[in-house]
Design a protein around this ligand. Structure first.
Ligand code: SF4
Ligand SMILES: [Zn+2]
Length: 357
């Protein structure tokens, strides 16, 4: 068994073996990033409980996720994008926000985005990543918008932190990377340390502040066969719709410096089929939540893919579904490879030997 560094906050959490492997893999990454620039920023549109909004999505470059430094999740390469040394000052974080506003001005002209989404490759509500003064300054910077989404692990969700946003008149949602409602899968396949009960507690804290929950689910972490992954998502969407008004169900993609990448190179991992994504979205329209999906890198070997011929068409149907929540969008797409997918759904019983590439 590995001996975790006694200083790490996470000692005793997660699986030692997973953490050891992930630490070794991440250590191969040598890149560092400029802390006065956001990791990424872009404009798009997003479905909210109040309709479709233009959205400014910001990935803030903070000190990175502390769980990732202990080893972290098997599919997550985000720590590779965080800054060397661990923390970023208030001034530099605000410089990043200014760069994002500049990006918005250059690309959206006068039309300001009603929705602001801030991710940090970690937890925006962790004050070691984003100090309280910075959180308050960001709330006031965006007080002229309608809605803000901030990403956080459940541990850091507290009513007082969220009222910083509600007090300036913003609707606020917490984006929680729950990944699955099944504790066993979250612990053993994703290597995330918290339980579904912690998610429920975070949702209660958000509720007390008048905030909402947006749950992020991960379709097909390693160590699940295709049919197991589909079943896990159907069950998870229905369970978390009781606590979240929106569920974002995203297929795993193969990121660099991760355990998933190691398995992928050894023929032990295939990202989910886009047909699986479509199947889950179609099947869970009875759940009381907006359900969306954003297959990153769709159609590529490292992203969710079908046969190569139909990937773009299925992706377009998924995007359409995200905005309209109408399952009949999937009736418009078909391809011969659906037969292969059907056979896999029937016959794939082993995660370690995917029946297709
Ligand atoms: S998925 Fe989230 S919690 Fe897990 S290592 Fe990545 S940033 Fe940290
Ligand atoms: Zn096809």
């Amino acid at each position: 068994m590995s001996t975790p560094n006694p200083d790490v906050y996470e000692q005793g959490r997660g699986m030692d073996a997973h953490n050891q492997v992930m630490r070794d893999i991440r250590a191969r990454n040598q890149r560092t990033y400029d802390p006065s620039e956001p990791t990424r920023v872009w404009l798009d549109e997003d479905n909210t409980p109040d309709g479709v909004y233009q959205s400014l999505t910001i990935i803030l470059n903070t000190g990175g996720c502390r769980w990732a430094r202990a080893g972290g999740c098997t599919m997550c390469g985000y720590v590779a994008e965080s800054v060397e040394g661990g923390t970023v000052s208030h001034e530099l974080l605000m410089e990043q926000i200014d760069a994002c506003l500049e990006h918005e001005r250059e690309n959206a002209g006068d039309e300001s985005s009603d929705l602001i989404k801030i991710y940090t490759s970690g937890s925006f509500l962790d004050e070691r990543e984003v100090p309280a003064t910075t959180r308050q300054a960001i709330a006031s910077t965006f007080s002229d918008r309608e809605r803000i989404v901030v990403e956080s692990l459940p541990d850091f969700v507290e009513r007082e932190k969220l009222t910083d946003f509600t007090e300036v008149g913003l609707d606020v949602d917490v984006a929680v990377g729950l990944e699955t409602a099944t504790d066993r899968v979250r612990h053993d396949c994703v290597n995330k340390y918290f339980d579904f009960d912690d998610f429920i507690k975070a949702s209660d804290a958000a509720d007390a502040a008048g905030a909402g929950i947006k749950a992020y689910l991960l379709m097909k972490p390693p160590f699940l066969s295709e049919p197991e992954a589909v079943e896990d998502m159907k069950r998870s969407i229905r369970r978390c719709a009781e606590y979240a008004h929106t569920v974002s169900m995203n297929p795993t993609n193969v990121q660099r410096y991760t355990m998933v990448e190691e398995l992928y190179h050894d023929g032990g991992y295939r990202p989910p089929w886009l047909w699986s994504v479509a199947e889950v979205l179609q099947d869970t329209t009875d759940a009381d939540a907006i359900v969306v999906s954003d297959p990153v890198g769709h159609g590529s070997d490292r992203g969710s893919h079908n046969c190569g011929e139909c990937d773009d068409r299925v992706q377009t149907a998924i995007k359409d579904f995200n905005l309209r929540q109408d399952p009949t969008v999937f009736d418009q797409v078909s391809c011969e490879c659906e037969l292969t997918w059907d056979a896999i759904m029937e016959r794939e019983t082993s995660y370690g030997m995917p029946l297709s590439r």
